[in-house]
Unconditional design. Structure first.
Length: 276
C-alpha cells in the first residue's frame, strides 16, 4: 500500500512539470503559427499549383488520369502529407508515398517519398495582399514497379502572388533536377499560374495553367500544358474559438490537355485538407 502511494506521488511530482512543459511547447507552437500566418494573405492553396503562402495542415489528394488509349490511372494521396510551420516564415512538408493503380498491364505500387522546405521571403496580409516564397523539394526513390523516379531529385521553385480585391493571381517557376542519370531521365521545367476569385464566404473558383518543358531524356524538346478548372471551399472552422485553427478545406478540379504532346488527356483532382 505504501509503495503504491509512493509511486503515485512520484508520478505526480515528476509528471506534472513534464505535462506542463509539453503543453507550453504546443501553445508556443500554435502562437507562432497564428503570428506568422497573420502576416500573409489568407489565400487557399490551389488545387494543383504551388502557393506563395505557408500553411500548417494535413492534406490528402486523389487523382484520376485518363488517356486517349482508354487507360486509367488512379493516384491515391498524390504525394501529399503533412505541412508544418516550425519557425517564423518557414514551412516543412513531409509527403508520403502515393499508391498508384493502373487498369493496364502496368503494375500497381507505391510512389516516391518527398520532403519540402519553404521560406516566405516577403508578404503582407490583406493590407498589401502579396506574398513571395522559395522552396526546395527532395524526393527519395521509394517507388515500386516503376511507379516513381529511378533516382533522387531536387526541385527548386520560386513562387509569387498578388491579390487585387477578391482576385488573386499566383505563379510558380521550378525545375525537377535528377541527382544522377541526367542524360537518361532529363530535366523538367515547370511553370504554373493560377487565378482565384473569392465568391461569398467560402468559395474560390479558379483557373490554372500547368505547363512542363522537358530537356533531355525520352521527351527531350517536348512540352505539355493543362488547363485546370477548379473550386476550393475554404476554410470551414470546426470550433467557435477564434484562436483555434482547426478547420477543413476541400475542393477539386478537372485538368484538360491543350498541348499537342500530353501524357494523359484529362485528369480529375480531388483534394482535402485539415488545418491545425
Amino acid at each position: 500500500m505504501f509503495k503504491s502511494a509512493a509511486v503515485v506521488c512520484l508520478a505526480f511530482v515528476f509528471g506534472s512539470p513534464l505535462v506542463s512543459a509539453q503543453s507550453g511547447f504546443f501553445h508556443a507552437w500554435q502562437d507562432r503559427v497564428r503570428s506568422t500566418s497573420a502576416k500573409q494573405p489568407g489565400w487557399p492553396i490551389p488545387v494543383v499549383s504551388p502557393s506563395a503562402v505557408i500553411v500548417q495542415l494535413a492534406r490528402v489528394d486523389f487523382v484520376r488520369q485518363y488517356t486517349s488509349t482508354h487507360t486509367t490511372t488512379w493516384n491515391y494521396d498524390n504525394g501529399k502529407g503533412v505541412n508544418f510551420i516550425p519557425f517564423a516564415r518557414t514551412e516543412v512538408d513531409i509527403n508520403l508515398p502515393p499508391y498508384i493503380q493502373h487498369n493496364s498491364s502496368a503494375k500497381d505500387g507505391a510512389g516516391d517519398l518527398s520532403f519540402v522546405a519553404k521560406y516566405r521571403m516577403f508578404a503582407r496580409n490583406e493590407g498589401g495582399n502579396y506574398s513571395t516564397a522559395v522552396q526546395m523539394a527532395f524526393s527519395v526513390p521509394t517507388g515500386s514497379y516503376k511507379n516513381g523516379t529511378a533516382v533522387s531529385t531536387l526541385t527548386p521553385t520560386v513562387v509569387g502572388g498578388k491579390g487585387f480585391g477578391k482576385l488573386v493571381i499566383q505563379s510558380a517557376l521550378g525545375g525537377v533536377l535528377p541527382t544522377s542519370s541526367v542524360r537518361t531521365i532529363g530535366r523538367t521545367i515547370s511553370w504554373n499560374t493560377v487565378a482565384q476569385y473569392k465568391v461569398g464566404k467560402y468559395f474560390w473558383p479558379e483557373l490554372e495553367v500547368n505547363s512542363s518543358f522537358y530537356r533531355g531524356g525520352p521527351n527531350d524538346g517536348r512540352n505539355q500544358t493543362f488547363l485546370t478548372l477548379g473550386l476550393i471551399v475554404s476554410r470551414i472552422k470546426l470550433r467557435e474559438n477564434p484562436r483555434d485553427r482547426l478547420g477543413i478545406v476541400f475542393g477539386g478540379g478537372m485538368q484538360i490537355a491543350t498541348s499537342q504532346y500530353h501524357s494523359y488527356n484529362h485528369g480529375l483532382v480531388l483534394t482535402s485538407r485539415l488545418t491545425f
